[in-house]
Structure formats: C-alpha cells, structure tokens
Design a protein around this ligand. Sequence first.
Ligand SMILES: C[S@@+](CC[C@H](N)C(=O)[O-])C[C@H]1O[C@@H](n2cnc3c(N)ncnc32)[C@H](O)[C@@H]1O
Length: 274
Amino acid sequence: MTLRQKINVIAKILTRVVYNPKLLFEVLKDETVFEKYLQKKYRKTLLPTVDLREFLEEDSGKIEHFTFLDGSSLVTDLVLLRSLAKSIPDCDYLEIGMWRGESVMNVAQEAKTCTTVNLSAEEIVKMKLPEKYAKLHGCLINNQDNIKIVYANSMTFDFSSLNQKYDLIFVDGDHHYEAVKSDTQKVFPLLKDDNSIIVWHDYAYNPEKPRHSVIAGILDGLPPTAHQYLYHVSNTISAIYTKRKIKSDLTLIEPPVTPDKIFRVEISAKSLKK
Ligand SMILES: C[S@@+](CC[C@H](N)C(=O)[O-])C[C@H]1O[C@@H](n2cnc3c(N)ncnc32)[C@H](O)[C@@H]1O
C-alpha cells in the first residue's frame, strides 16, 4: 500500500468515526482488550474446563427440535441443558434468548416449567433487523403447556415481576459485554437455592476458543464469591455456574485440544408443516 493509499484509508476511517463515534468503542473493546482486562483485574483469562460427562445423565443425552441452522446452539450445549434439567426434580427453567425455540423446546421435555424472555418482533424490527427474522422467533414452539414466553428486553425488564425463582437459568440473549454483565446481574438473585445452576451460551467462539468479552461480562456480573463455581464445559461453548462437587480433573484449554473422548451422534429428520 502506498503512503497516499494509507492516508486515504485513515481519512475514511476517521470520517466514519466522526459520524458514528460508537465505532471507536467497538474497536477499543476487541477481544485482546478484554483478555488484558481480565488478566489485570482477575489474574486469569480462562475458566477451568470441566468434562461434559460430569453433567450427562447416565453418560448419554438426547435432543430433538433441532434445525442445524444459523443461531442453533451446538448439539452438546443442548444435551447439557437437557441433562441438567433432567437431573433436577421439578425443574423450573428460565432463559434469556428464545430465537426459534430450540433450547426451550428441548428443556421443556424434562423441566416442570420453562420461561423464555426475548425481544418482541416489533422491537427486533425497530432495530432494523429483517421482518422475516423477527417473525420466525418461537416458530418451533407449539402446544407446549409448560412454556411461557415473555416478550421483553432483558436489559430493561424487571425480572422480579416474574415472581419466581429458578433451578436452571440459560443466558443466551445479547452476547456483548454490557448485556452479558447486565443479564448476569439480573438473573443471579433469581437462583432458587445452592443447587441452582446458570449456563451462559456463546461463552466461546468454539469449544477451544474462549470469548474474553463474555468471560469479562460473566465475572463482572457475578459477586466475587461466586467466581470459584464457574467452569467451561468441555466440548461445548457453554460456561456454567454450579456448586456441585466436580469429580473429574479440571483442565485449562490449550488449543489444539487432544480429544479425550468420542461421541456418537445419530440423526433423523422429519418435515415441518408449513
Ligand atoms: C442466540 S439466540 C438464542 C438461541 C436459543 N437460546 C437456542 O439455543 O435455540 C439469541 C436471541 O436473543 C434475543 N435477544 C437479543 N438481545 C436481547 C435482549 N436484550 N433481550 C431479550 N432477548 C434478546 C434475540 O432476539 C435472539 O433471538
């Protein structure tokens, strides 16, 4: 690139930042900035990894209502959620982020009650997102008596209005630092008791690559005394808060990870009525 070309690129960037200063914050808040922030504030940048099998019921899991489309969780994330719900008698489940309803439909097969909080279609369209995307929200949910949908923005919603405490909470809405921190602060007081669990989705880009902005949001959103109960669940992109006694050895992700287990996945599909 010539000097003239470089000056042109810098001028274009500066013009965009002048018209939209938020862009500068986006650049400043990139992942390496959060990694350094974590190191400075918490003297750690990773959560210890716990083996997924710690949470699998009888060493196996099953999921349904899965589309393998954009925004789907990993199969292992849903197996984790469903197994956790199964392990808790009369489980009351709360989630932030419904999308098509894949996570809540899977958990609803095991939990007693499920509440899912999501932006309304109107609010999604106001954010300049496509109407078709807005309308597809909840499209997999039908005739499921134990699912309650609450259309609200989790950043402003008064969760105490739900008048309920929960055994299992899934945080899977907006994954930016501020939103993860806010959602975490809001749901932590809703835990029912010492056996209650929080799972954060998209805590990592893939099971080997953590997302430091989300880890920062989780740590900053929780009281410091809760940090000791935080883990990354192996083979998933989920982080978990649990006081359960962990039996297996904890590790720290060192990519590329050498596999220590192998899964069996069986797939069948049926058409959805239009
Ligand atoms: C990744 S998707 C959820 C996927 C779903 N949990 C699953 O596994 O099938 C995230 C959802 O969060 C919703 N969302 C984003 N920001 C939100 C907010 N501030 N409050 C409530 N919902 C939000 C979006 O509309 C989107 O549907």
